[in-house]
Every structure is written in structure tokens, then in C-alpha cells.
Design a binder for this molecule. Sequence first.
Ligand SMILES: Cc1cc2nc3c(=O)[nH]c(=O)nc-3n(C[C@H](O)[C@H](O)[C@H](O)COP(=O)(O)O)c2cc1C
Length: 339
Amino acid sequence: MSLIFNPFTQKNVTLNNRIVLSPMCMYSADDDGKVTDWHIVHYGTRAAGKVGLLILEATAVESRGRISAKDLGLWNDEQMAGLKQIVSFAHSQGVKAGIQLAHAGRKAEVDERIIAPSAIPFSEGGPVPAEMGPKEISEVIQAFADSARRAKEIGFDVVEIHAAHGYLLHEFLSPLSNKRTDEYGGDLEGRSRLLKEVIKAVQAEWGQERPLYVRISAVDYHPDGLQIEDSIALARLLKEWGVDLIDVSSGGLIPNPPSRIFPGYQVAFAEAIKKQVGIATGAVGLITTTEQAEEILGNERADLVFLARELLRDPYWVLHAAQKLGINDLAPNQYSRAF
Ligand SMILES: Cc1cc2nc3c(=O)[nH]c(=O)nc-3n(C[C@H](O)[C@H](O)[C@H](O)COP(=O)(O)O)c2cc1C
């Protein structure tokens, strides 16, 4: 019995299989953050390829929170129509659709005021962000909530809050980038306060019918940064706050961390969180084969397997996996003569 094709239900949402298109910026939006033909074709192809869930790329909740001027955005109603088209096609293929809501913080490369927990640049000599005051903190919380309301109206099945890779929410979580002395800094409780307030505000709009995921960077690869023990403690809080699944990545807070990259290099973090905290996790990072995916699921190291670059190379990875595992009726009718 294949574990990849074992459905996964949380709340009112059932994924037909355990393979997730990991969020990946396409840097192909209009300057106003709207979907272009590229997104329609790119996401549509992965939907025809029958992933269980596709999670759309980091989508900015504020224009100053974009990683680049070519990011998708969901800070106004005009940005909804193109996203609706992607979701509607995914649903026609029996595929669920999620969106990653994001704020780039000090890593924003746009021509606007750049904000962060503390006035510390990402890289030496890089642009110095402004330390956020109370007004900017409440604007960001509101922006996440407004985007979640739009995501719900569009018909997304999952919202993922991006709290990884050195972007704004991760900047608050890490003691390397958060030197605040107010209630948003200090110990884990303080450093996770903004994330908690964002989660609560998102839940108020998103509701309880559909799952909420959070992506974290489990470690900062720096002796004074986040360690796996910190992320396990954070995961306990996320569980308490009602998060349904933690998508466990790593790094991104500092430039050029010491590299430790090998197949499945982040799976142990997802496993530690799942086993020690008892919350569903997603594993990601250099997972490329059906054998790897089956191993991760079979040994209960994670509940979902996120693939990123492998699904750029092969949008039909799931159809090929099905063929290998003797499941022959998965391809869209239009392609049945090929599979
Ligand atoms: C082109 C590209 C864009 C990415 N954009 C995002 C993003 O928007 N949000 C995010 O959380 N991770 C992003 N990532 C990271 C991937 O989701 C994934 O975690 C990483 O590539 C490791 O998985 P892989 O080895 O399967 O590629 C991006 C990766 C790539 C290659």
C-alpha cells in the first residue's frame, strides 16, 4: 500500500495524496502584484500533474513586504481575480490550493520604507531597515488578516503563514535579528508575540473550517541563532494557538550559512517537531524520489512531503510515482493515452 497516495484530512479539507508543491516565487507578477499568464500555466500544469496540494508562492500582504517588485500580492481586491482562476482550475483537477502569505521585512528589495524588528541589515553594508513602531506592527497584523479574508473569499483550501527564511516574522523570532526591549522582543514569548498576533488575526478571518499552516526555519545555522530546541518550544506554542501543520524548513536569516546540504537535509527537523510536540508536519528540502517520500511517510517522520525544484523539473512527478506504484487511473483524461 503506497503511503504517498494515502489521503490526508484536516478539518474540512482532504488532500488526495501527500505530495505538496512547495511555495516558490516565480518573480513573474505584474508590478501591481497581479497574476500573469505565467502563473496560470505554471500552477495549472502542476494541478494537471495531480499534486495533493499546491501552495502558491510567497504572496505579499503589503506592497512594502514584497521580496521583489515581481512578487504576487494580496493587499487589494484587484489582485483576487487571477488567483481565483488558478484555484478554480486546481479544483477542477481534484487538487487543493493553498497560498503562502508573506512579508519580506528587511529582505524586501522594493523602493519603499523597509521595516524590521530592529535596525539591523540582512548583510553587512546592506540597506538598514527601520525599527517597527506600534503603528507599523498593527498595520502588518491587519494586512495579514485582510489577505486571509481575501484568500478565503477566493476559495483557497489552505493558508500558510511564512515565518521562515529570514523574512519579517522569522526576523522577530530570531534573537540574531530581534534586539527589541519592548514586549515584542526578549525571550521566546516576546519574540513570538507578533507571530501569535498574526495567527490570531488570520484565524478570525480564515475561520476554523480549513487548515492553517505555518512555515518555520527550524535552525539559523548560527551559534547565537535559533536551534532545534527553540523551534520545538515554538512548535508547542503553535499547537496551542491552533495551527494545523508546521512546514519545517531552515536557514535564510543570515547570508552564506555554513552549508550542510544533502538529500532530505531538513527531514530530521520535521521529525523532531512531529514526535516531540505531536503536531502534523511537512518535510521539505532535497526530496526527489518516490522512495524518499515513502520512507518519510512510512517512518512517520512527517505527514506531508513538500517538493520544490523537483516539481519544476518534472511537473508530472506524482503521475510518474503513481505509474511506478501501479496506480494507473490518475492522469487527466486528456492524457490517458500517455500514462
Ligand atoms: C525558485 C524558488 C523560489 C522559492 N520561493 C519560495 C517561497 O516563495 N516561499 C518559501 O517558503 N520558499 C521558497 N523557496 C524554497 C522552497 O519552497 C523549498 O523549501 C526549497 O527549494 C527546498 O526544497 P527543494 O530541495 O525540493 O527545492 C523557493 C525555492 C526556489 C527554488
